[in-house]
Write a protein that binds this ligand. Sequence first.
Ligand code: G16
Length: 570
Amino acid sequence: MGDEWGHSDFGPESALERTVQVGQDLLDMDPEAVRKYSALHAKPDGLVLQYGTAGFRTKAERLDHVMFRMGLLAVLRSKQTKSTIGVMVTASHNPEEDNGVKLVDPLGEMLAPSWEEHATCLANAEERDVWRVLMDISEKAAVNLQQEAFVVIGRDTRPSSERLSQSVIDGVTVLGGQFHDYGLLTTPQLHYMVYCRNSSGRYGEATVDGYYQKLSTAFVELTKQAFCGGNEYRSLKVDCANGVGALKLREMEPYFSQGLSVQLFNDGTKGKLNHLCGADFVKSHQRPPQGMEMKSSERCCSFDGDADRIVYYYSDTDGHFHLIDGDKIATLISSFLKELLVEIGESLNIGVVQTAYANGSSTRYLEEVMKVPVYCTKTGVKHLHHKAQEFDVGVYFEANGHGTVLFSKAAEMKIKQLAKELEDKKRKAAQMLANVIDLFNQAAGDAISDMLVIEAILALKGLTVQEWDALYTDLPNRQLKVKVADRQVISTTDAERQAVTPPGLQEAINDLVKKYKLSRAFVRPSGTEDVVRVYAEADSQESADSLAHEVSLAVFQLAGGVGERPHPGF
Ligand code: G16
């Protein structure tokens, strides 16, 4: 394969993976072929969808045309960037009946905002307009149509995913693109593959084995000191949400098992994807997943359906459940990194990025105790990722457990050089940092990678899960969902902390918040589900629950609620 992007080949092959080279006859874009194939993936009449927080998401049966068209779009994006583009078929934390698709840009990051608009336009085009819209996008984005295109595809374990990823492939091939179908992958693994392929392998080898090797080697190196005598940190219970994370973690375990043994629950052999289990369920219901056997004080964690989120938890000796969410994960990681940076004595700046959902206590702890700057962005890792790129070391986590740490190229080079040059304690600190860089997935939030980082830090610091939890006390909080006729009637500002429309809603929220101590509340339309999300926190769980309920009622009344009125007790 030609190699102006630095690839020696467009992709590795294995018995399980499929690479198809399309015939020369399809290399030229053919409007008739596009029309013909598009009709086989027809758009349901009147359906309008939006490229949301993490791509398109809705009921799987409404997505065939979107998949085909995202295959087309990925080809244009690949031609424009002269890079490999990724397409992931998943609806992550959503129920099994849903599905979704998102495109992955050249460095493994989320699709650029202007292309999200193109995606929405193409997904909603009427059948007769598909070719014209493709040409409009090509013109606006200055796509060189003669350029070759290469797309990599991954999918989760939903029953609909295999068929839908075939529709993506149809879209890619009809526009003359080449592709590599990785089959089942976690979402962060697909992001990793894209990054590897576009960095000429410098980031790693673009195979699942390459991913396992890279992360496990860094983990084993990092934890060597902590694990030499064997200790209590060596076992962890993992709820895999009945998703793809179970398959991948099981495959990966032999690579890191000298440092950690994992016991898998909800591994997809019995239960339904994300049903009463998984990171989203545990975080929003603040209780253990079904199917997990928790003993007092044992460390447990949950992935979500495509393994890009992780939350930890344990139950204390009185049987009380304690959740350790993305905020506390960010705090643990930031304090570990800050200590190492101080030790090596380099003035590399560190910043933490959160969203409005971050617990007020976490922000206070990070700013006042740890003295690290904290920034708030809109929901969606694409926003956090972007902000985190401004720092030498940018830590970003959503409270729901979605996040990672980014190291600037300059910081990475500096640290890796110091790991060779420095002596004694400083050298050890630099070497640890170098391993941490390799252990984090720099392309996207990744439950498996985050889990290994957390396990390494706990082991190295000799921290129990209770000690970690005790860093600060979360303000009691509650998240609810409200059904409205059209969630777009709610628009927000100030990183989603204030509602601009509908009129009167923000004033109503302000009045309700005043009734409670240490309180805060906001509402925003979800970008992955057809609901409005409500968040409230206050000085007691009772107050947080009551405030969340009252705000839900205000949304229901002022934003066109449908169905049953929100009732107390959720
Ligand atoms: C996705 C995004 C996250 C976001 C979440 C909820 O998560 O990747 O950044 O926090 O959706 O978004 P919303 O509140 O707009 O529905 P996942 O794990 O489902 O991909």
